[in-house]
Design a protein around this ligand. Structure first.
Ligand SMILES: *Cc1c(COP(=O)(O)O)cnc(C)c1O
Length: 402
């Protein structure tokens, strides 16, 4: 197969072999080079919020490309200001909130990392808060700064030494309480640990984290890169906990397939950066901003927060109805779902699903991640249930010979 040879020869080997070559997408469907259709229940890892080639996405990108694409951060553009106001409104920052634009999740977290460092300085410039806390197993990105935040030693090891100051703790309130003191600049946390395997936080965890960080004057930074843009049934995952963070980072779903990221600050954290402290050539580019405004607008107009909650519930029920002996239950919220398996067979289930024309992925050895577009309906869910049941049956028949 020639595209596989091209991959082998031409692409840097930073990831494993590509599973497919896709040439076209429409709604929740993808087509490979042979014209075979796949149901996409991964959405580019929670990115394609409206599915593929949605008319609103296509129209926004075409219109803005024909109007104004890029001017650099020496200048402002209307889409950029509209997106900043939209993100502030959806995140509920009130007037005292600000937005920094980046091009990806890692870059949004880089900005948050620098925000934490600035918060760690006293007015004379001395570092009074050298510590940053994050959770073991958390994923915050792969750049050299964010890799220090990512709590996965196997990812860090080849690239040591890491940016200093970051400590990883277990995901329990007791561990956070024990680690927290007045030398902590910030605590970084995902509302659901997506890359670790769609792992939920303990009940009340974010509320406790808010209380502990406030008590010690540390920033609470919520990484909403995977959980944001309506994916969990609210605009952002922290909103389910009813807390107000100091900053959130967003990317993935807000651009609906266009690369864009942002740091959104609340309250006094909005005044930490000052001219010259950070920047990005592409960040806040009018093209990306216009697309994100359109995508978020369509999520709102079409009631996709509610759809994410309801369809998420429907998928959980469909998975339970399959009654596979391989499945122990589901984690996550809304349309970010982890199907927990009894054994490390996620890779096999994902491969079996793909053979049947269903795209999902292995979030860890024993968890299949489901993250479809937010606008799916009965037709897609019925098809998913049928294909996923088949895939599970084929794997369990191999694993548990009758
Ligand atoms: C994907 C992800 C990132 C990194 O985003 P990139 O755009 O891949 O750099 C960071 N944090 C979380 C929670 C993510 O899911």
């Amino acid at each position: 197969m020639t595209w596989r040879e091209d991959v082998e020869r031409d692409l840097i080997r930073n990831v494993g072999p590509r599973m497919e070559l896709f040439v076209r997408g429409e709604g929740a469907y993808l087509w490979d080079g042979d014209g075979r259709r796949y149901l996409d229940f991964l959405a580019g890892i929670a990115v394609n919020s409206l599915g593929h080639a949605h008319p609103v996405f296509v129209e926004a990108i075409s219109r803005q490309a024909a109007t104004l694409s890029h001017v650099s951060n020496y200048f402002a553009t209307p889409p950029q200001l509209e997106l900043a106001a939209t993100l502030k409104r959806l995140a509920g920052t009130g007037d005292h909130g600000r937005v920094y634009f980046a091009n990806s999740g890692a870059e949004a977290n880089e900005a948050a990392f620098k925000l934490a460092r600035l918060h760690g300085l006293e007015s004379g410039g001395a570092v009074v808060r050298p510590r940053i806390l994050a959770l073991s197993g958390a994923f915050h990105g792969r750049t050299m700064g964010t890799l220090a935040l990512t709590g996965k030693p196997a990812m860090q090891e080849p690239f040591a030494p890491m940016t200093p100051g970051v400590e990883h703790i277990d995901s329990t309130v007791e561990a956070l309480e024990a680690a927290m003191d007045d030398r902590v600049a910030a605590f970084f946390v995902e509302p659901i640990k997506g890359e670790a395997g769609v792992i939920d936080l303990p009940d009340g965890y974010l509320q406790a984290a808010r209380e502990l960080t406030s008590r010690h004057g540390a920033l609470l930074v919520v990484d909403e890169i995977q959980t944001g843009a309506g994916r969990t049934g609210d605009w952002f995952g922290f909103q389910h906990a009813g807390i107000v963070p100091d900053a959130i980072t967003v990317a993935k779903g807000i651009g609906g397939g266009f690369p864009i990221g942002a740091l959104v600050t609340f309250g006094d954290a909005s005044d930490l950066f000052y001219p010259g402290t950070h920047g990005s050539t592409f960040g806040g580019n009018a093209l990306g901003a216009a697309v994100a405004v359109a995508v978020l607008g369509e999520i709102e107009r079409a009631g996709l927060l509610e759809n994410a909650s309801e369809r998420g519930q429907q998928i959980r029920e469909a998975v339970a109805t399959i009654g596979s002996p391989l499945v122990t239950g589901c984690t996550g919220r809304g349309l970010l779902i982890g199907v927990r398996l009894t054994a490390p067979l996620a890779g096999k289930v994902v491969a079996a699903a793909q053979e049947r024309g269903l795209i999902v992925n292995a979030a860890n050895d024993a968890t299949v991640r489901i993250a479809p577009p937010l606008n799916i309906g009965d037709v897609e869910i019925d098809e998913f249930a049928r294909l996923f049941a088949d895939a599970l049956a084929s794997v369990s028949s191999l694993e548990v010979p009758a």
